[in-house]
Design a protein around this ligand. Structure first.
Ligand code: ADP
Ligand code: ZN
Length: 818
């Protein structure tokens, strides 16, 4: 049977690990509505699968000539596109750049459940409704008087459930029933609220003259669009009775509305008019404004010391964007940080704001997402994955603390949200503001090249001084002062005596770093990961911080069988114990992943500090960044060197950023701040730059050294991570992969393209959750070279028998070499 070539084709990205998009025919019935950005149901190897239309075209794809039959789309699942064209372009770019299947990129961008296959339901068509009354209508009777019926329900009511599927198809073909799709079951259903509306004033003859009734009609009379029944119940006694009565008599009506689930982390702030901008702030604002008004793609680096008032600028710029009738996207690195911004944004923008991060419950997430798609929420404030949110008519992107490494996802789709945001701004032609007190060297470098416009806020608001820094050389402390030096102990005592608050920062949780054998030197390690277990005193447990495994401390050393194990090193739990010992009356709050396992708990702890219900805050990097605690006057950095030892070329950068951020927590209110920094590397250039609070100098030194070593941002890196459950297999696969890489690098060299291959080597974390890990690095001077090189390597590796039993993940612009 030959069919005329239909005139519409859809290119569909199916939600699966497929490398390619697929083409389908758009059947005549759907061609009016089908457009790019809608979810569809398509046939795929005998099943039906969900995907997104990425393009609709009147031209037949090239393959048509080859005689391939294009299957038709089964159903359109959205009535209007959920992804705009530029977002589709962005996802295509992400898929190419990070070597990740397009369908899975879409999936990452959707809230949980929204990429699952929807449920099928049937309902009567108008001609079906006529027939359904007949006595011998059979199966049709199941549908009478019902809005929707699932195939399972039909089968349940049928005497011959076996061929229900076929019979439903028959009815459908006859045009008596039609199918439609819903996602309800995959998600908690929508929350319904009842709204009561007054239609006319009740007649006292019919309703009586009750006090409660009077209260009710008084309330309803004032509220034109009606009032929520739940609200009325709080205001009026016997509300349900009187509402029912009014409705029965026709004076009021109850309508059901979908209640949008909101999620608020932050406390509500009292209203305050926006402050007048300082001249520095005004200059920054004026520089960005034209790009918002036009709009035009323009990246800005907002380099503003801690406490210089960057947030107020974000608020103003977002307000300007809304004035232009467009939406805004504000990214923050962590949920803990978003709460403070959330409070400030809510105060200014109220219900236009949608929050987006992993801690929001599924139902609320789904509702928020839908509000964003609809354009009801025009501002999205969120962590990393908020960069994918389909904000309508996006007009501005802000990336706060743009240097933060948590913008990089380190599994599955290994994207960097700041880089994705830059690309999104570029595709849309809108401005993007990258804000930080310690901008990443990549951004600093871009600014030096003139590809990003530098703006700065060199001073704290109201000329508050930056804190004084004191360095303590820990090599000269006595053994009793390993954790808290004499100087830090004194400073703590003085601060609390003066009625102020202190923050102690240490980037390791737990009590002891590890357990060591004094006879053979063995360190107790996790059985599934190649890392030492951390001792947690309260639970009297050893815990692996990578896989979460817990064990009791053994009596004897597993290596030499002596009873000679002792704890070595320390974490936040130990610092807490020392402070308790030193200041028994102090109220202490500890914030790390052990003490705070939920964002609500984090917000509680942070609020306790702000309310001054605590004197000493002890925490890991969860407290180091961004927070504005006006009454903290002392910051103690317990071990400034910890992250310097990371086997990563960025170790220096991360250390300086972290320390300067932590130091920036001191003296943000009216009283000046003081920072005590304990270190074993007093003369290391990173520590020197921190103690001088001179970030620019650090950038100069570090960029010079990166250039000498040809590290990023002067080059681009790609990491190939090879993993498997077997040590030998992993190593063999990694060696083979490195050989392929070298061979490929060799073959493109003739074309003048240069890629250097490093490795293979066992990853520093060679075993993680029982999988062995090796890696190979590739370094290139041009992004394009790295792209083509990696493509070639991947396709060869896939075909190579030696790689069959191992998994390869590609990590572009990797952050850590762990
Ligand atoms: P940053 O994010 O740069 O570290 P913040 O935005 O937290 O700094 O601002 C520090 C403090 O200064 C906040 O308490 C904020 O309310 C206040 N602030 C910001 N701008 C102004 C202004 N123009 N006038 C007065 N206070 C301001
Ligand atoms: Zn482990």
């Amino acid at each position: 049977m030959s069919e005329a070539v239909p005139d519409l084709f859809a290119e569909v990205s199916v939600f699966s690990a497929l490398d390619k998009t697929l083409h389908y025919r758009v059947p005549a019935g759907l061609s009016e509505r089908a457009s790019a950005g809608m979810r569809v149901l398509v046939p795929l190897s005998g099943r039906s699968a969900v995907g997104v239309i990425v393009a609709v075209s009147g031209n037949a794809p090239d393959l048509v000539d080859s005689g391939i039959e294009f299957k038709p789309i089964l159903a359109l699942l959205d009535s209007r596109p959920i992804f705009s064209r530029d977002l589709i372009d962005l996802f295509r770019w992400i898929s190419g750049y990070y070597f990740y299947p397009l369908g899975e990129v879409f999936q990452t961008a959707l809230p949980a459940g929204a990429a699952n296959p929807p449920k099928v339901f049937f309902r009567l068509t108008s001609s079906g409704k006529e027939k359904a009354g007949d006595a011998e209508s059979g199966l049709l009777q199941c549908f009478a008087g019902r809005e929707k019926v699932s195939p399972a329900e039909v089968a349940g009511q049928s005497s011959t459930p076996a061929n229900v599927k076929r019979r439903l198809r028959d009815l459908e073909a006859k045009g008596l029933i039609e199918r439609f799709y819903e996602w309800r079951s995959a998600l908690p259903g929508p929350r319904i609220k009842k709204i009561v509306r007054l239609l006319s004033d009740p007649d006292p003859e019919l309703c009586g003259q009750n006090e409660n009734l009077k209260a009710l009609t008084g309330l309803l009379g004032k509220a034109e669009p009606g009032l929520a029944l739940s609200f009325i119940r709080q205001q009026v006694k016997n509300a349900d009775y009187w509402v029912r009565k009014l409705c029965k008599q026709g004076f009021a009506a109850v309508v059901e509305e979908v209640d949008v689930r909101e999620f608020q982390c932050a406390q509500t702030l009292p209203f305050e008019p926006p402050p007048e901008l300082t001249p520095d702030q005004q200059a920054v604002f004026d520089a960005v404004l034209p790009a918002i008004v036009r709009p035009a793609f323009e990246p800005f680096m907002l380099f503003g010391v801690t406490g210089s008032g960057k947030t107020e600028i974000y608020l103003r710029l977002v307000a300007e964007t809304l004035k232009q009738g467009r939406g805004a996207l504000v990214l923050v690195p962590e949920i803990g940080l978003s709460t403070q911004l959330e409070a400030l944004f809510r105060r200014r923008f109220a219900s236009c704001l949608a929050l987006w991060h992993s801690a929001i419950p599924v139902g609320a997430r789904h509702d928020q997402w839908q509000e964003i798609v609809k354009g009801a929420k025009t501002i999205v404030l969120g962590a990393r994955s908020a960069v994918f949110m389909p904000v309508r008519d996006l007009g501005l992107i802000v990336v706060d603390e743009e240097h933060d490494s948590s913008y990089k996802q380190d599994d599955h789709l290994r994207y960097h949200a700041r880089d994705v945001a830059l690309m999104r701004a570029r595709l849309l032609g809108i401005p993007i503001v990258l804000g930080s007190a310690t901008p990443s060297l990549q951004t600093v470098h871009l600014a030096k090249l003139g590809r990003c416009r530098p703006l700065s806020l060199p001073a704290r608001i109201l000329d508050r001084p930056l804190p004084e820094l004191e360095i303590v050389d820990m090599r000269r402390e006595s053994s009793q002062s390993r954790v808290l030096s004499y100087r830090l102990r004194n400073a703590l005592t003085e601060t609390l005596a003066a009625g102020d608050q202190a923050l102690l920062f240490l980037n390791r949780r737990g009590f002891a770093a590890c357990y060591v054998c004094s006879v053979c030197g063995a360190v107790l390690q996790c059985g599934s990961c190649s890392v030492s277990m951390t001792y947690h005193k309260r639970e009297k447990m050893l815990r692996c911080h990578y896989c979460g495994k817990e064990e009791a401390v053994p009596e004897r050393c597993p290596a030499c069988d002596h009873t000679s194990l002792f704890p070595l090193g320390f974490g936040t739990e130990r610092v807490e114990a020392e402070v308790r010992h030193l200041l028994p009356d102090a109220r202490i709050v500890r914030i790390d992943r052990d003490s705070v396992d939920h964002p609500k708990a984090l917000v509680e702890s942070l609020n306790a500090i702000r309310r001054r219900d605590a004197d000493v805050l002890i925490g890991t990097q969860m407290v180091g960044k961004g927070h504005d605690f006006p009454d903290i006057t002392l910051v103690g950095v317990v071990n400034a060197d910890m992250s310097l030892q990371f086997p990563d070329f960025r170790a220096g950068e991360t250390t300086v950023q972290l320390l300067m951020q932590v130091a920036g927590r001191a003296g943000r209110g009216e009283k000046p701040g003081r920072v005590v920094l304990q270190t074993y590397n007093q003369f290391h250039y990173t520590i020197e730059c921190v103690s001088a609070l001179d970030y620019r100098r650090f950038c100069d030194i570090e960029l010079e050294s990166r250039e000498k070593l040809q590290y990023p941002p002067f080059t681009r890196f790609m990491k190939f991570l090879v993993t498997s459950g077997d040590e030998g297999t992993t190593e063999r696969a990694a060696r083979r992969l490195a050989a392929i890489c070298r061979d490929e690098a060799e073959s493109i060299r003739d074309a003048g393209r240069h890629v250097a291959v490093l490795g293979p080597s066992a990853a520093p974390l060679v075993k993680l959750k029982n999988r062995f890990r090796w890696h190979v690095f590739a370094k290139a001077w041009a992004s394009r070279d790295l792209q083509d090189f990696t493509e070639a390597v991947i396709s060869r590796a896939k075909a190579d028998p030696a790689m069959k039993r191992a998994q390869i993940a590609v990590d572009r612009d990797p952050m850590m070499s762990m």
